[in-house]
Write a protein that binds this ligand. Structure first.
Ligand SMILES: *[C@@H]1O[C@H](CO)[C@@H](O)[C@H](O)[C@H]1NC(C)=O
Ligand SMILES: *[C@@H]1O[C@H](CO)[C@@H](O)[C@H](O)[C@H]1NC(C)=O
Length: 233
């Protein structure tokens, strides 16, 4: 019985019921992550689906179906194409952006400054820390941006290579979140990624298409090789 109560308490702290936690999350001190790993930009590129979110951006608090495509830009930067949907009758809304690497002497994790073409010119770039990733299934991203002399706006996302995380990865991600995000106001929302809610996005199609083009190119190369071989028989 005791374990059930503890478990329910833990779930209540970690998750919020539907609209219970849609608001900007404020803090007076950003979290520090000490994970020491050698980030590989080229392995982080490609498509990511947002499956969980902590906090909301003030500008657009009702985003679901967030899907993004990262490509390598110059000097360790990324160019980003992102789409999201508001409500189940919405259609994908697109934005493009850029993430520039940010160098900190003390930093042990990759840090970027991100900006979209929809960002208000008066707003600062958003800080993005990639606190954990295995590149092939999940990434946990943390953002903490100063809003005035005393407060920061906190946001965090769990990204997945597929619209849903595999069960074994869910367990790993839960362990990480439970251990690090321990403040009572840090409640995660599972964001919508189901096919019946989310309309197809060009961000996904673009990635599948380029993979298709790559497959087509190699098929034509093989056919060309066969043709050449026949000509010289
Ligand atoms: C931002 O970029 C997206 C994708 O390239 C484009 O569809 C959209 O019109 C742009 N929005 C603005 C405000 O420039
Ligand atoms: C900073 O913003 C927070 C949240 O809006 C507010 O409570 C706080 O008083 C502000 N601090 C200053 C110094 O303006």
């Amino acid at each position: 019985m005791k374990t059930i109560t503890v478990w329910m308490f833990a779930m209540a702290c970690l998750w919020c019921a539907f609209d219970g936690c849609r608001g900007t999350l404020l803090t007076t001190a950003c979290m520090k992550f000490e994970e020491d790993y050698n980030f590989k930009e080229d392995k982080y590129v490609g498509t990511w689906y947002e499956v969980r979110r902590l906090g909301e951006s003030e500008a657009s608090p009702h985003e679901d179906c967030v899907v993004m495509n990262y490509r390598l830009g110059d000097q360790g930067s990324f160019t980003i194409l992102q789409s999201y949907q508001v409500g189940d009758d919405g259609t994908p809304i697109y934005r493009s952006g850029r993430a520039e690497p940010k160098v900190y002497q003390e930093a042990r994790i990759p840090k970027f400054l991100e900006r979209f073409n929809t960002t208000n010119p008066a707003d600062p770039d958003i800080s993005i820390d990639i606190v954990a990733t295995d590149y092939i299934s999940y990434a946990i991203v943390y953002s903490c941006t100063s809003i005035n002399s005393t407060h920061y706006a906190e946001l965090s996302w769990v990204l997945s290579r597929q619209p849903a995380l595999a069960k074994n990865v869910v367990e790993l991600v839960n362990l990480f979140l439970e251990a690090r995000f321990t403040r009572e106001d840090q409640k995660w929302r599972a964001t919508q990624q189901t096919a019946d809610f989310c309309k197809p996005s060009l961000v996904e199609v673009a990635d599948k298409h380029s993979a298709g083009v790559r497959a087509f190119a190699s098929v034509s190369f093989v056919l060309f090789g066969i043709l050449l071989a026949q000509m010289f028989q």
